[in-house]
Each structure stands twice: as structure tokens, then as C-alpha cells.
Design a protein around this ligand. Structure first.
Ligand code: 9GP
Length: 848
């Protein structure tokens, strides 16, 4: 039998071969590379078979367009999904190597920022597992999400993530698959002559499904220059110019989210977006043409592009351009096809993530696309004129006419008669709210393109990512659009892959679940986890559950020791908040409560101390490099941690650690080891959250607001089992618009915590001054926008409940079991199945 083993380092090796052929003193990185190369062979075989089969069968495909794919590591996932872990582990063991150590030798593929990118990674795992013909499309960034280091003063430092230095065994370079991508230039009579062109080169990343022969694909694009080297310039002594094209092209796929504070940075972001969208659509159209030359009406039956957030929404204009300018379709036919072939997911209501490109920037970079967007906007608004007029008439009838400013009247022709010459055309005014191209409210004369609106108009479906979020977008950012086309709007509550996020990252818990349920079918059928409910009260089962959870805490504690040199006791409650650092996610609320906890410990009598529940508080997350408030929060957490952890009065009652460089592989240790996790965003701000689902799957209790997917997690696991606190989403705007101004009921504990910062207990009084003020002065300048102060008291109440419950380990464990039992709904398999049936109309296609 030929053993599936390293083809590169250990090409000769077969089972039973003398071990002398393989050096047993190789370092973990070298062995990892060998093993990865071998696993890759399996993947490529299965990948080729799947893709050939799909090509032959020609089913409808889903193309998931995303600027981010936060894949994490691949080795363990690949051997587990391919069901080869046993055979590899055994062989490695014989040679004196440990699979676990190899897993740690792999670089993280961090081509994403947070939940959005990880969601995309979970989705392509589920697509493959469900045998759905589908590919992800994105950018092969040379440098992934920055690496975060914390200096000894607690500052976040950003270092480049150089992840490709030693090659990437999980990708297949496809030099034969390239497309030209144009930028700038002029348009003459609808014909675009780009002034600059780059090449997009494909890299395929096979995505193995679990318990299936299907291996899907993530195709990532690298930007290369059209002209490698300008020899003339070089010979003239203009050395920089000789390589200028290369540098400009390479910038495009260099970094995820270049800083867009400068004009160049802004343009570069748009360039990236267009680059990957154009390459992906050209790629799909090229394959389609090979099979169905000329039959463009068939495209919506063969392809659907899902636009993941606004980053890929230039796809609306690019598909139109390719169909019209390249394939010669007329506008109406192209528009019909475009609208049926695109779908859009919104992932946030945060204004900074709802991209709006200045017309001048987009027009300079993509002049033909600006023309198309302009025409889409005009036709779209024209199509609404009658509706708007009807609305105006309805309102005029309903409201008593105001003598000094009469309501506009409609003539027979459907035009609006103006009462006064200088008065604005009410129809135009009413139409402006639907405009894809809009005025910039802060800069007169600067027009903006609202990419989300473009996507809504140009798609067959628009969805939010949790039930509450999908309702909020219908009431707020897309309200006017929803009223006109309610049928377009859907909800698809996010999910996470139960393979990586439970079965593979928490093998002991997985084994206990399998043993208890008598099957491992739950790994694909997560609703079977509900079978654990009947054991929730079983004391013997509880004991087993606790011991598995404790082992995960030990593993986490050892990881932190290895990373940071900090010794963490394993008996206290492990409380974890890991996510991007953002004011709306309110890490600030958490650290303020911990500051008060510290004060309470310091001032407690011995009797009071004896009753206190020891806690280890762990934070992790990156602050965007130009987000100063977030960086201050990171620093505050680190400063507080430094003081608390070194205070002999505190002992094991409280430890606070900030784990630097939070990423997927750390999450795989942090989540199983957590007992309490914090999802405490201001209600109405977190679209969904996905780590909340991962924690729930791993039996971790949640303290949280009624926001995002917390609400559905509470429904599935029992609201009474969650530590719910804080203002409701519907009350938040009321508070912001009115009550905030009179509000003075600061909790004395909150005031104390702020006083400790102000008085220099954690140093850097001046540095933290504006952070303190941001939650302590209520005035008209939007202070405390995220309601840290008004939610504090209820948060502290919920924290008291946490402590009380933790003292009752049986009840805590019962709830922990109920979390896992209730988490079945949050599998990305369920989410993807819904997308496939309710939006994509794509069905499984599995090789017989
Ligand atoms: O902030 C949302 C997060 O709540 C959600 O879970 C995730 C996946 O849907 O998307 C995040 N959004 C973004 O990162 C930017 O829109």
C-alpha cells in the first residue's frame, strides 16, 4: 500500500519502509511542509475530479465575491475533512513527530479582518460539504491582516503579516488563467480606452468538504504588471521608472485594506475592489461562453454572484459593461441579466462600512463604469416618478393643506405644477432619497456614489445576517427601497462551520458528544446536538462535561503562558471577549467594570474577599491602525492588566490579559477554553456576530445585549440561560435623540472606575483623558454614542448574576450543556442551505 505521505521531502516513503530513509531530527516547519505537500496531493486529486465533474454536468454555480477570506490554518482542517488524520498521525508518530506540533508550524492565512472574512471562509467550507457547485473569489494579498504586537507601555503596534515567504502549499498557481484589468483612461462613444492595465493571475485553493468527495475552490487573484520591465527606461538610467509598472501593479494585491486616509489609499482600495471583481466576472463569463456561446439569456440559470458587503458591488457596473461593451448586448437585456445574476448581503449599519465613492474618484479610475452607474441611476429614478407622484398626492390628501406653502398638484401628464418659481420640484426632491448618486451632506459640490444602493437596485435579493439586523436595515438604511420592493429583502442568519469551530478545535468535547449521542453524525447534522438536552441534569454527565471543559482551560492557560509568559490559574471563571476593537463592541464597558472589580477587591474585608468569585478576564482583538479611540481602549486594557496582575493584594481573585495578535488559530484555543464570553455591543449595532455562535457551540455561557444573533441564540438556548442586559434596540435611538441630554444617573461604581483612570492609577492620565470624557459628559456633541454609561448598571447586575451562578457549578454546567445542545441552528450548513434554496437556486451536484 502506498502511504499518503510527503511527496516533497519524503518521496520514497512507504508504510513499512525503513525509517532510516526519513531523518527524524527535522524541525517542525520542515516536517509540516512535507506533510502539507503530501496532503495537497490528495486534495488536488479530489479537486480535479470535482471540478471536472462539475464542468461536465454544467450545473448552476454560486460565485461568492468577497474582499476577505479569513481562512486560518489548513493542515488540520484538510486532514480532518478528508478523514486522513488517523493515518497521518499514526505514521508521524512512528517517525517520532507529533501532528499537533506540526499544526502549530503553519502560518495563518489572515486574508481578512474579522467576522465578515471568517464567515466567507465558513461558507465555502459548507458549500463543499453540501456538494454545492460554488467557488469563492477574492484577492491573494501578499500581506494579510497586520500582526499586532503590544509594546511594554501597552500600545498596539502594527507589523506586516508576511505569510507567503515560505510558499503556500495549499494553493495551486494557475499561470495559464489570466485576465487584463484596465484603469483610468477615456471613454469615447461608450468605448473605454484604459490608460493603465494590469494582469490578474489566478491561484486556486482547494476547499475540502467533509464526508464527501467534493472539493470546492477559492480562486484568489494576484496583480501583475502587463509589462514586466521597461528596458529602455533602465538603459536611460531611470531605474525607478523601469520597474514602476511592476510596483504599481503589485500594490493592488499587496495589503488588505490599505489605509484610505490619503487620496492614493482611497483609489487603491477601489482599484482592489474592481481588480478582483473584474477578474472574477471575466473568468465566469469566459467559461460560460465556452459552453453557451451567445446564449446570454441563460447566464442567470448558470451563475449567481453573491456580493459580500459593499466591497464587491462594482460588480453591478462591471457585469453591465462586459455584457454591453464586450458582448454587444443592448442595455435592457444586459440589465435584466445583471439583476438576476447578482445578490447582495449587507453586514453592517455602521456608516463607515457602507461605502460611498466620490464621483470624481470613481470617474477617474473607471470612467466607463461611472457612465453606466449614472445611467442606472437615471433610469431607476425615472421608473419611480409615478410612484413618487402618487405618494406626494396621497400625503397631500391626508394632510390639511398649509395655506402659506400649498402641496404640489399633479397635472394630467403626471407632471408637477409648481406654485412658486423658486420652489424645488417636489418630485425631484422626493426622488433624491432613492439616488444612487447623491450629494455629500458635508461637502457641497462633492457627489458620492452609494454602493449599497447600487447593489440593492442591481440585485435579485438583498439580505441581512441576523433576524434583528434584517429588520433594522428595512427600517433604516434601506427603508425607502424596502417600501418599493419588499420582496427583494430577506434574512439569512449567519452560521459557522461546526467542523473547525467545534469538532476539530475541541476534540475532547467532540468525543464526549459523539460518545453520548452514539454517533458523530452531528458534525454535519448539528440539529442532532439537541439530543444533549436530556443529559443536562445528569450529574455524572455534568462531571464529564466539566472535566473536558477544564482540560480546554488548561490548554488555553498553557497557550497564554507560551505566548506571553503569564501564569494563569485554571480554577477561576474564564471570561473572554475576543473581537475587533470597536467602540460599538464596548470592550470599554468590560474594562470599566473590571476596574471597579479591582477596586472592590482592594477595599474588601477578608470575609468579603472569601465570597468573591475569582475571574480570569481575557481580551483579544485588533484596532484598525487609524482608529485612535480603539487604540486607546487597547492601551487601557493593557495598562489595567499590568497594574492588576502585579498587585499582590489581588492574588488569584482577578487576572486581566490582553492576548496580542488575536487570529483564527488563537480563537481555536480561546473559544473551547472560555466559560463566559462577552457579546455586549450597543443594541442595534452588531449586525450578527459569529463568535457568539462559536462560543455557544462550545458550551460557553454568554453575557450579552439583545443585539445581532444573540437574540436568536437566546431563543435557541433559552433566554433565561443567558446573562442579558442593556437597552433594547428600539430604545437606543430614543435615548440618543432625547433622553441623553438630561441624563445624569451615573452609577457610583462607574464614576469610581473613571476616577481611578483620572487619578492616574493606570498611568497616562492625559492620554486617557478624552476616553474618559467620551462617556462622562452628556451634551450635544454625541458623547457616549454607544451608551456605555447608561448600560453600566444593568451590566453590573448581569455580572453579579454571573458570579452567583459560577458558584453553583452544577447549574453552570447544566447551562453550558444547554448552550451546545441549542447551537445546532448556527451551523453555516444551515445558512448555506437557505441561501442555496431561497436566493441562489443552486442544487447539490455530487460525483456518483
Ligand atoms: O459587524 C458584522 C458582524 O456583526 C457580522 O457577524 C459579520 C458577518 O456577517 O459582518 C460584520 N461586518 C463587517 O465586518 C463589515 O460590514
Amino acid at each position: 500500500m502506498r502511504f499518503p505521505f510527503p511527496v516533497v521531502c519524503f518521496a520514497e516513503f512507504t508504510v513499512g519502509a525503513p525509517s532510516s530513509k526519513i531523518p527524524n531530527d527535522l524541525d517542525a516547519k520542515t516536517v509540516y511542509r512535507g506533510v502539507a505537500a503530501s496532503v495537497r496531493e490528495h486534495l488536488i486529486d479530489a479537486f480535479n475530479r470535482t471540478q471536472d465533474y462539475w464542468s461536465k454536468e454544467d450545473p448552476k454555480f454560486i460565485y461568492y465575491l468577497s474582499a476577505e477570506f479569513l481562512m486560518g490554518r489548513s493542515l488540520l482542517n484538510a486532514v480532518m475533512n478528508l478523514e486522513l488524520k488517523g493515518v497521518y498521525s499514526e505514521a508521524l508518530q512512528k517517525l517520532g513527530y507529533d501532528m499537533e506540533a506540526l499544526v502549530d508550524a503553519e502560518q495563518n492565512a489572515a486574508l481578512g479582518n474579522g467576522g465578515l472574512g471568517r464567515l466567507a471562509a465558513c461558507f465555502i467550507d459548507s458549500m463543499a460539504t453540501l456538494d454545492l457547485p460554488g467557488w469563492g473569489y477574492g484577492i491573494r494579498y501578499k500581506y494579510g491582516m497586520f500582526k499586532q504586537a503590544i509594546d511594554d507601555k501597552g500600545y498596539q503596534m502594527e507589523l506586516p503579516d508576511i505569510w507567503l515567504t515560505n510558499g503556500n502549499p495549499w494553493e495551486i498557481a494557475r499561470p495559464e488563467i489570466t485576465y487584463k484589468i484596465g484603469f483610468y483612461g477615456t471613454v469615447d462613444n461608450f468605448k473605454w480606452s484604459p490608460a493603465e492595465q494590469v494582469i490578474a493571475k489566478a491561484y486556486d485553493n482547494p476547499i475540502p468538504g467533509y464526508k464527501t468527495s467534493t472539493v470546492g475552490n477559492l480562486r484568489l487573484w494576484e496583480a501583475l504588471p502587463l509589462n514586466e520591465f521597461d528596458l529602455d527606461a533602465f538603459n536611460r538610467g531611470e531605474y525607478d521608472k523601469a520597474v514602476e509598472d511592476r510596483r504599481k501593479a503589485e500594490d493592488i494585491s499587496a495589503v488588505l485594506y490599505p489605509n484610505d486616509a490619503t487620496e492614493y489609499g482611497k483609489e487603491l482600495r477601489l482599484k482592489q475592489q474592481f481588480f478582483f471583481v473584474s477578474a472574477s466576472i471575466q473568468d465566469v463569463l469566459a467559461r460560460f461562453k465556452e459552453k453557451h456561446a451567445g446564449d446570454w439569456g441563460l447566464l442567470p440559470q448558470k451563475a449567481i454572484f453573491q456580493m459580500n458587503d459593499t466591497h464587491p458591488t462594482i460588480a453591478v457596473a462591471e457585469l453591465m459593461r462586459l455584457l454591453i461593451d464586450q458582448e454587444g448586448l443592448d442595455w435592457d437585456t444586459a440589465w435584466d441579466i445583471t439583476k438576476q445574476t447578482l445578490a447582495f448581503t449587507n453586514h453592517t449599519v455602521m456608516p463607515e462600512a457602507l461605502e460611498k465613492w466620490p464621483v470624481a474618484v470613481l470617474g477617474k479610475l473607471l470612467p466607463r463604469h461611472l457612465e453606466i452607474i449614472d445611467k442606472v441611476d437615471t433610469i431607476w429614478k425615472d421608473s419611480l416618478k409615478e410612484y413618487v407622484l402618487g405618494q406626494i398626492e396621497k400625503e397631500a390628501k391626508a394632510a390639511p393643506p398649509k395655506p402659506e406653502k400649498p402641496a404640489p398638484k399633479a397635472t394630467k401628464e403626471g407632471e408637477v405644477e409648481e406654485e412658486e418659481e423658486e420652489e424645488e420640484d417636489p418630485v425631484e426632491t422626493a426622488l433624491s432619497k432613492y439616488g444612487i448618486i447623491t450629494e455629500n451632506p458635508w461637502q457641497k459640490d462633492v457627489k458620492l456614489i452609494n454602493m449599497a444602493f447600487l447593489a440593492v437596485v442591481g440585485s435579485k435579493a438583498v439580505n441581512g445576517v441576523a433576524a434583528i439586523h434584517s429588520e433594522i436595515i428595512k427600517d433604516t438604511i434601506f427603508k425607502d427601497f424596502y417600501e418599493i420592493m419588499p420582496e427583494k429583502f430577506q434574512n439569512k442568519t449567519n452560521g459557522v462551520t461546526p467542523r473547525r469551530w467545534l469538532a476539530w478545535c475541541n476534540p475532547k468535547l467532540a468525543a464526549l458528544i459523539t460518545e453520548t449521542l452514539g454517533t458523530d453524525a452531528w458534525i454535519n447534522e448539528t440539529t442532532l446536538l439537541a439530543g444533549l438536552r436530556q443529559y443536562a441534569d445528569d450529574k455524572a454527565f455534568q462531571a464529564k462535561w466539566r472535566s473536558v471543559k477544564h482540560a480546554a482551560k488548561e490548554k488555553l492557560s498553557a497557550k497564554i503562558k507560551a505566548l506571553m509568559g503569564v501564569d494563569l490559574p485554571t480554577d477561576p471563571l474564564y471570561d473572554v471577549q475576543i473581537k475587533r476593537i470597536h467602540e460599538y463592541k464596548r470592550q470599554y464597558l468590560n474594562i470599566l467594570s473590571l476596574i471597579y472589580r479591582y477596586h472592590a477587591i482592594k477595599t474588601a474585608s477578608p470575609e468579603e474577599r472569601a465570597k468573591m468569585v475569582p475571574r480570569v478576564s481575557i481580551f483579544g482583538g485588533k484596532a484598525a491602525s487609524a482608529y485612535y479611540a480603539a487604540k486607546k481602549i487597547v492601551r487601557l486594557i493593557n495598562r489595567v492588566g499590568a497594574v492588576v496582575n502585579s498587585d499582590p493584594d489581588v492574588g488569584d481573585l482577578l487576572k486581566i490579559v490582553f492576548v496580542p495578535d488575536y487570529n483564527v488559530d488563537l480563537a481555536e484555543v480561546l473559544i473551547p477554553g472560555a466559560e463566559l464570553s462577552q457579546h455586549i455591543s450597543t443594541a442595534g449595532t452588531e449586525a450578527s456576530g459569529t463568535s457568539n455562535m462559536k462560543f455557544a457551540m462550545n458550551g460557553c455561557l454568554i453575557i450579552g445585549t439583545m443585539d445581532g444573533a444573540n437574540i436568536e441564540i437566546a431563543q435557541e438556548t433559552g433566554k433565561e440561560n443567558m446573562f442579558v442586559f442593556g437597552m433594547d434596540a428600539k430604545d437606543v435611538p430614543v435615548w440618543r435623540e432625547g433622553k441623553r441630554k438630561e441624563w445624569k444617573d451615573y452609577d457610583p461604581r462607574f464614576v469610581k472606575a473613571l476616577d481611578l483612570i483620572k487619578s492616574g492609577t493606570f498611568g497616562e492620565v492625559d492620554y486617557f483623558k478624552d476616553l474618559v470624557e467620551s462617556v462622562s459628559v452628556m451634551n450635544d456633541s454625541n458623547n457616549d454614542w454607544f451608551l456605555v454609561a447608561p448600560d453600566f448598571t444593568d451590566y453590573m447586575r448581569a455580572q453579579d448574576e454571573v458570579d452567583k451562578l459560577y458558584a453553583d457549578q452544577d447549574e453552570w454546567t447544566r447551562r453550558s450543556i444547554l448552550y451546545t445542545a441549542g447551537s445546532g441552528f448556527f451551523s453555516s450548513d444551515r445558512t448555506i442551505d437557505q441561501y442555496a434554496k431561497e436566493i441562489w437556486d443552486v442544487v447539490p451536484c455530487k460525483q456518483p
